[in-house]
Design a protein around this ligand. Sequence first.
Ligand code: FA5
Length: 367
Amino acid sequence: MKEEIIKIKEEILSELKKIKESKALSDLETKYLGRKGKLTVFLKQIANLSDEEKQKIGRLANETKQEMIRKFKEARSVISGETEAGFIDVTLPGEKRLLGHLHPITIVQNELEDLFRSMGFMVLDGPELESDYFNFEALNIPKSHPARDMQDTFYIATPHPNPLPHPQPLSFARRGERKERGQEEASVDQSDMVMRTHTSPVQVRGMLKYGAPLRCVAPGRVFRAEAIDAVHEHTFDQMEGLMVDKNISIGNLIAVMKELINSMFGRAVETRVRPGYFPFVEPGIELDIKCTICLGKGCPGCKHSGWLELLPAGQVHPRVLEYGGIDPNKYSGFAFGLGLTRLAMMKYKINDIRLFNSGDLRFLKQF
Ligand code: FA5
C-alpha cells in the first residue's frame, strides 16, 4: 500500500509539471483529490486495515494528501501570477494591450500649440461651416473680387436658417482722410454659407472677440474643391497665426517663422521667401521649404520641383483690422496660414498627402 501511495504521488507531481492553465489544473485536482479522485478513493481503504497498519500507513497517507493540496495551491498561484504572500509576480510576461495612435497631424498640431503657447499665443477655434462673410468679405475679398477664384469653394446650397447679424466693420478715419469709410462698401450677406476654405476667418473672429493687443493661433480643417494629387487634398489642415500690437512689423513675423521651422525640424532647413498676394495682407510673402524627402532633387512629395509651399504670410491689411474692430492707425499686425498637412509631410517624409485621410491603419500605426 505504501508503494501505491508513493506511485500516485509521483504521478500527480509529473502531471502537475505539464499544467499551464487553470482549467486543466482544476481538472487534475478533481482527478486525484476530488470526492471520487484517485488518491481520495485509495486512501479510503485505510479504514479497512488493522490498527497496527492504520498507524503505519495513516501518517504517510495524511502527509501525502496535505503535500498534494499544497502543491495544487502553489501551482494555482503561479498560473494566476500571485505569490503566496498575495503579491503580483512582476517577472511573469505581461498582457499586451492594443494601444491607439495619435494621427500625425494631431502630433504636429500639439507640438505647435505648445510652442505658440510658450510665446504667449492663445489657441482659438473656429467653425468649419463658415459664413461667406467671415471666409471672404471680412478678409477684404468682396463678392466681385478675382481672389475668390484662388480657392475653389464648396458653397452650401441651403442658406443658414437663423443667421446672426454680422458686425459691420468699424470705420477709422485715416491720416489725411475726412470722410468716414467702410460701411457702405460691405455687401454683408448673412445667410450664405461655405465650407471654410482656410483658417483665416478666425483672424477676424479673434479680433472681434478679444480686441488688441492679440496673439493667437487657430488650427483646423479646411475644405477646397480641388483636383486631388500627391500634394493637394480636398480636406486638409492649416494653422492660422495672428499677432496684433503696436509697431508689429515683418521683422517680428520672420522671427516667429524661424522659431516655428527650427522647433519643428530641430535643425536648419533650407527655406526661401517670395512675394505673395493675398487680399488680407499687405505686403504678402510666401515661405517655401526645400523638400525634406528628396532634398531638392524632385519627387512626388514636392511635385518634382524640389520645394514645397508651406507658409504664406504678411502684414495684416488695415481693412481687415477694421473688420476686426481694431484701429489700424494705432495697431499693426502680422498673420500667417501654415499648411499643417504639408508640414507633417515634410516632418515625417511622407510623399503622398492622400495617406493622411486614407484610414489605412498600417500607415497610422507608424506614429
Ligand atoms: C491661404 O489659405 C491663406 N489663408 C494663407 C494666409 C494666411 C496668407 C494669413 C497670409 C496671411 P493658401 O491657399 O496658399 O493660402 O494655403 C496656405 C497653405 O495651405 C499652402 O501654403 C499649403 O501649404 C497649404 N495648402 C493649400 N492648398 C492645399 C491643398 N489642396 N492640400 C494641402 N495643402 C494645401
